[in-house]
Design a binder for this molecule. Structure first.
Ligand code: HEC
Length: 120
C-alpha cells in the first residue's frame, strides 16, 4: 500500500514538473522572444540586457529557435551547452558587438538555464 502511494506521488511530481518546465515563447517572427514571465526573477536583468544586445545584428528569433529546437538555424549545428558557450564567444568577437565578457557570461548562464529547463 505504501509503495503504491509513493509511486502515485512520484508520478504526480514528474507529470507536474513536466507540464510547466518548458520555457514559454512570446511573439512571432522578428518579435519572437522568450517569455520573461516564465523566467525566475533573478534573470530579469540579464534577459533585458540579452534582448537589447543580442538583437543588435539579428532578431531574438534566431536565438530562440536555436534553443527551442536544439539546432542552430543557419548552420544546422547542434545547439547544446557547449554550443551556447562557443556562440557566445563567437558573437562577442564580432566587430561592433558592444558586449563585454561579463555580458556574455551572464547570457551563457541564462541560455544554459533555459536549455536545462526545456530538457526536464
Ligand atoms: C555584431 C553583430 C552580432 C551580435 C551583437 C550578435 N550576433 Fe548572433 N549572429 C551574427 C551573425 C552575422 C550571424 C550569422 C552566422 C554567423 O556569423 O555565425 C549570427 C548568428 C547567430 C546564431 C545562429 C548561428 C547558426 O549557426 O545558425 C545564433 C544562435 C546567434 N547569432 C545568437 C546570438 C546571441 C545569443 C547573441 C548575444 C549574446 C548574438 N547572437 C549577438 C551577428 C551578431
Amino acid at each position: 500500500m505504501r509503495k503504491i502511494i509513493l509511486l502515485a506521488a512520484l508520478i504526480t511530481l514528474i507529470a507536474s514538473t513536466g507540464a510547466d518546465a518548458r520555457i514559454k515563447v512570446k511573439g512571432r517572427g522578428a518579435n519572437m522572444n522568450f517569455d520573461p514571465a516564465s523566467l525566475p526573477p533573478q534573470y530579469a536583468e540579464t534577459f533585458n540586457m540579452m534582448t537589447k544586445k543580442c538583437s543588435k545584428c539579428h532578431t531574438m528569433e534566431r536565438t530562440v529557435i536555436a534553443i527551442q529546437t536544439g539546432r542552430a538555424p543557419i548552420t544546422g549545428q547542434i545547439f547544446d551547452r557547449q554550443a551556447v558557450k562557443a556562440y557566445g564567444i563567437k558573437m562577442l568577437r564580432k566587430p561592433n558587438s558592444e558586449m563585454s565578457k561579463p555580458d556574455i557570461r551572464n547570457v551563457v548562464i541564462l541560455l544554459n538555464y533555459i536549455l536545462d529547463e526545456n530538457k526536464r
